[in-house]
Design a protein around this ligand. Structure first.
Ligand code: EPZ
Length: 420
């Protein structure tokens, strides 16, 4: 296993290009199960998670080539319907093969994803939606077993105790695309990644409208054909790079950043005193004055994204003042707090709140990544800290950031890998 080593204190400068979105491409790759035709997906980031999804598609009988950020998919023999435990348990998002398998084959056996360090990760909304379409769902030895003689459109309310669900909206939309008649999903997720999935399904011949709003309508069709699609950029990577500029008091231009997806993040960073200049789909980021602490509450899109909570906490940990960070999507998503405190931060946990007292500076230290966004938070903290930081278990980082250390190095960061 590798670890990342960072010599902090370098002000980042230059230009960097954002890769394709992990959270858009995973359900879109799953959506190719809805057709026997060939599909070509471009701008696919080379990540642990995208390679896991490729393995799952191959295990289901798809022929998949993944080269230079392009995935070419075609069918070989009969499509399988069992997504096995070892693959699904390694990546929760694999659960989004359930909807397309039920849509295409009217049967599926998909391992329950299980929880992870950020929370228990329930799937009740996914199952509620598929049952509403007429699927018979049972839980057998850790698997969701679904079968349906036919799927019929329905009105489905998909709001949960924490608001809308991104992948439950995706699963239901994909199954409804091949159901009879019309489905209306109320309290659907509005994330750009859900919109990108709907855009891909429409290219395949699906009849969908309202995507990007809390009410999505799907008119079922009999058949979906192959399509070619380019994945939207990764807004969380773009926002992570914005924080990298600010935490090092640097000045960087992020190309392919698509600021239209980052309203809540840009608003908060500007409130803290950052300068973010948008030029088309690029954003130039720098501090024009001393930053001040701001309060953050994570919410479903277009609110502040939970996937940026850990990263902004690293910035607030060295910003003068008190920042109260409230996590409304995954109340336990605070594994990074202890590691930041190891680096000299002064953060107290109070239930779903983290109270961040800004300190003068962080000091480099050996720390351990616990999940994808916590590892990004520790990289950012290391960039801004005095001295050397070593981050172990960086396979968490490799799940969702394509060559982040290479991108940071190109901006001047002193960052390299060593064997554990
Ligand atoms: C997607 O996960 C993202 N993953 C997550 O990103 C992201 O944090 C999350 O959406 C919220 O934006 C992918 O797109 C692959 P949810 P998803 O269903 O769809 C509760 C990252 O770091 N819920 O929108 O699994 C759930 O517990 C990852 O890139 C139910 O109660 O998340 C949570 O509190 C982490 N019942 C809230 O809804 C359900 O059936 C939102 O979860 C499903 C979810």
């Amino acid at each position: 296993m590798d670890k990342l080593v960072i010599e902090g204190g370098v002000r980042l400068k230059g230009e960097v290009v954002v890769s394709g979105s992990k959270n858009a491409v995973l359900p879109i790759l799953a959506a190719t199960l809805l057709t026997d035709d060939a599909c070509i997906i471009k701008s696919v980031p080379n990540l642990r998670d995208t390679n896991t999804m490729v393995k799952i598609l191959r295990s289901l009988g798809k022929n998949v080539e993944f080269d230079k950020n392009i995935v070419s998919i075609s069918s070989t023999k009969n499509l399988g319907f069992v997504a096995d435990y070892k693959l699904v348990s390694s990546m929760r998002a694999s659960f989004c093969v359930l909807g397309p398998l039920v849509g295409k084959l009217k049967k599926a056996k998909v391992s329950l994803p299980g929880g992870c360090v950020i929370g228990i990760r329930p799937v009740d909304l996914h199952l509620k939606g598929l049952r509403a379409l007429g699927a018979d769902i049972s839980i057998e030895s850790g698997y969701v077993v679904a079968k349906a003689s036919k799927l019929k459109g329905a009105n489905i309310y998909l709001g949960g105790v924490y608001g809308s669900s991104v992948l439950a909206t995706g699963n239901v939309m994909m199954a409804a695309a091949l159901a009879q008649d019309k489905t209306v999903i109320e309290s659907s997720a509005c994330e750009p990644e859900v919109v990108d999935l709907a855009d891909f399904l429409i290219k395949m011949g699906a009849k969908i409208k309202g995507h990007g709003t809390p009410v999505i309508e799907i008119e079922g069709v009999k058949h979906l054909h192959g399509a070619t699609h380019t994945i939207i950029p990764d807004r969380i990577e773009a926002a992570t790079l914005m924080v990298a500029a600010l935490i090092t008091d640097g000045d960087i231009t992020i190309k392919n950043a698509f600021p239209k997806y980052l309203g809540a993040v840009i608003d908060k960073l500007e409130e803290a005193g950052a300068s973010l200049v948008r030029i088309d789909n690029s954003v130039s980021v720098r501090c024009v004055k001393k930053l001040k602490a701001v309060n953050i509450t994570t919410l479903p899109y277009p609110g502040f994204p939970t996937d940026m909570q850990a990263q902004i906490m690293s910035l607030m940990s060295i910003t003068p003042g008190i920042s109260i960070i409230t996590e409304k999507i995954y109340p336990d998503r605070f594994m990074h707090v202890a590691e930041l405190n190891r680096m000299g931060a002064y953060i107290q946990r109070e239930g779903p709140h983290a109270i961040v007292n800004g300190v003068k500076e962080l000091s480099g230290a050996p720390v351990m990544a616990s999940d994808l966004r916590a590892s990004a938070c520790l990289v950012l903290a290391g960039l801004g800290a005095r001295g050397k930081t070593t981050i172990s278990r960086i396979y968490h980082l490799e799940r969702g950031y394509e060559n982040l250390e290479g991108k940071l190095e190109s901006l001047g960061a002193k960052i390299w890998r060593e064997k554990e």
